[in-house]
Design a protein around this ligand. Structure first.
Ligand code: MN3
Ligand code: MN3
Length: 321
């Protein structure tokens, strides 16, 4: 970064960056590669699986979102964040996004023919709801003005929407099936992605909250209105996307409940009031998350038995990795 007195070097010994370091350490501790998971174990079940088309589309949609998060989201936020340690953290997050985007291709290679794979990537380019959500998020990322904290905050808000909310219409299906013992190895890959997204949502949300506190009241009010409108617009698009992608499975109502639950979590990550009432999330999906035996849903689900999903606010405990 070029200041008045020249380029400034990142100083990790500076006081006050403890939280950046905690997120950094946690992210590296959970490094993983898709090739470590034996997705080939799913091949046999895949050949007789009824809803292959739905499954492929779900993964295709997720691939697009992770591609945008790699190439635009984390890069743009890292580029414009003023703090050098925070910049470094976002760069690390971006590397994990690249792993995520690549991991879906690993599942495709294992389960699908080349012609099928081409058809999925073609579907991604043509699906209106998918392109709409990608476009709305990417536009906010591309609109950051240099040295302008308000447009940076909006991009951070959009990032939390993507990672804590919009991914979940897709995550639902592999988690649900995995919970039923169907395509379990592929579902394990998705669980590992979800574990990273939990950190990203909390971290970006937390730093966005710190930025938000620096704005005067009238700016905060404007941004809150902008934020809820942005979420609602994406939510309506998500309902249409869910109806379309899950049409053959009968699962759309369950997916939508999960989407609302995660929309609330995204808002909590940003320090905003939730907007949907608490409701029951399919217990199989919750089991699918829990059975991996990790703490990536460190947010609201650690050590509880539940069928009714509740959203907890960020507290000191949130950061006890
Ligand atoms: Mn990702
Ligand atoms: Mn992420």
């Amino acid at each position: 970064m070029l200041g008045v007195n020249g380029y400034e070097a990142v100083n990790w010994n500076r006081q006050g960056g403890e939280l950046v370091k905690a997120f950094w350490d946690q992210q590296w501790r959970q490094i993983w590669f898709p090739e470590e998971i034996a997705v080939s174990k799913d091949v046999k079940q895949w050949s007789r699986f009824e809803h292959r088309e739905t499954y492929k589309r779900v993964l295709g949609g997720l691939t697009l979102l992770d591609t945008i998060q790699t190439n635009i989201g984390m890069n743009e936020i890292a580029r414009h964040a003023p703090d050098l340690q925070e910049k470094a953290l976002y760069t690390v997050f971006a590397a994990f996004e690249a792993i995520h985007a690549k991991s879906y291709s690993y599942i495709f290679t294992t389960l699908c023919t080349n012609a099928e794979i081409e058809a999925i990537f073609d579907w991604v380019k043509k699906n209106g709801n998918l392109q709409y959500k990608a476009g709305r998020i990417a536009d906010v990322y591309r609109s950051i003005r240099d040295g302008d904290p308000v447009t940076l905050w909006k991009a951070m808000f959009a990032s939390v929407m993507l990672e804590s909310f919009l991914f979940y219409s897709g995550f639902f299906y592999p988690l649900y099936l995995g919970g039923l013992g169907i395509l379990r190895s592929s579902s394990e890959v998705i669980s590992l992605i979800l574990r990273d997204e939990s950190i990203h949502g909390v971290a970006v949300g937390y730093f966005a909250q710190q930025l938000y506190k620096t704005f005067p009241d009238h700016v905060r009010e404007e941004l809150a209105v902008w934020g809820y409108e942005f979420l609602l617009d994406l939510y309506h698009n998500e309902l249409a996307y869910t109806d379309d992608v899950y049409a053959d499975t009968g699962l759309a109502p369950e997916v939508k409940a999960y989407v609302r639950y995660n929309a609330n979590k995204a808002l909590m990550n940003l320090g905003f009031e939730t907007m949907f009432p608490d409701e029951e999330v399919h217990p199989i999906v919750m089991n699918g998350i829990r059975n991996e035996g990790t703490t990536y849903d460190f947010f609201s689900q650690k050590g509880t038995t539940y069928a009714v999903a509740k959203v907890a606010p960020i507290t000191d405990e949130t950061f006890a990795f």
